[in-house]
Design a protein around this ligand. Structure first.
Ligand code: SF4
Length: 289
């Protein structure tokens, strides 16, 4: 199947078979995000999804884990999702879990019984954009959710037997607010217990609406040194057992990953070394074309 868009999957989904069921993001309004701005959201026809499943099956594919794309596949109606899950299990008897991206409102919109039905049909982990835990920044980024709504949605999916993975971005709060966000985000994660966190660290596209905010002086970007300090503080404060963390900075040859709390000291040490190194260099801000 020809893929439309830009693939942005967390590294923890590397082993999953990626099955697109939609194109783009039905929300598509976050000011920092350029992943799907050039696409109009649409659901793919069931025949196309079935043909892809049969294609993979015919060459012997039988993956244990499937990722449904794209930007917020969970926004589809529950009956459609259940029909797709049924076809996935028919095509891949070995499939144990199905994951996808969701928005907070995708979850809040679905009644508890529908969430339970999706969980029973094999949906295990939903990836949520929990980039920051400060309401004023969420509003500025037009994220379409508040901290309280995110917490309510996560509680709802936990009640239904699903887990959540967080996509976050150090730097999202701008210059001078990294440590404040680290504190708020750690408290949020400690309360809501994600089983995985991926830190993509903010990279600023010159075509993104956020770039206009920078030009107008409404947003002052943090440099990568501040982003590393934010990441260090967050890791220091995280207290969730068995939490898998992976953080990378597209703009720096630096990555820190491991399982918390087991690897915490090693990870903090790695961050300390990086902070020491970058403190001696010219400030770098992660702009991309
Ligand atoms: S919900 Fe996710 S994919 Fe959609 S615009 Fe926001 S960040 Fe981008």
């Amino acid at each position: 199947m020809e893929y439309e868009g830009q693939i942005c999957r967390g590294p923890m989904e590397r082993a999953s078979f990626m099955l697109p069921i939609s194109v783009g993001c039905s929300y598509n309004q976050c000011r920092f995000c350029m992943l799907f701005k050039h696409l109009t959201y649409r659901e793919l026809p069931m025949e196309q999804i079935e043909a892809e499943l049969q294609r993979v099956r015919s060459v012997g594919g039988n993956p244990k884990q499937v990722f449904l794309g794209d930007g917020n596949a969970f926004s589809a109606r529950t009956d459609r999702l259940l029909a797709i899950l049924d076809r996935v299990h028919q095509a891949f008897p070995a499939c144990e879990s199905v994951h996808m991206d969701a928005t907070i409102h995708d979850i809040l919109r679905k009644p508890a019984q529908e969430l339970e039905a999706l969980s029973a049909a094999g949906v295990r982990t939903l990836y949520l954009g929990i980039e920051c835990a400060l309401d004023d920044v969420l509003a500025q980024m037009n994220k379409g959710q508040t901290v309280a709504q995110a917490e309510e949605a996560i509680e709802k999916l936990h009640q239904a037997g699903m887990r959540y993975g967080a996509h976050m971005m150090t730097g999202i709060c701008g210059k001078g607010r990294g440590l404040e966000n680290a504190q708020a985000l750690a408290e949020f994660y400690n309360r809501t217990r994600p089983d995985r966190i991926v830190n993509f660290s903010l990279f600023l596209h010159r075509r993104a609406p956020l770039y206009q905010d920078i030009l107008a002086g409404r947003f002052v970007p943090a440099d990568e040194l501040e982003n590393l300090r934010e990441e260090r503080r967050l890791l220091e404060l995280l207290e969730t057992d068995g939490l898998s963390y992976d953080g990378f900075h597209d703009f720096l040859p630096f990555r820190v990953r491991g399982l918390l709390p087991r690897d915490k000291e090693k990870m903090l040490q790695k961050l300390d070394e990086a902070i020491e190194t970058y403190a001696e260099q010219e400030p770098a801000v992660a702009f991309v074309e």
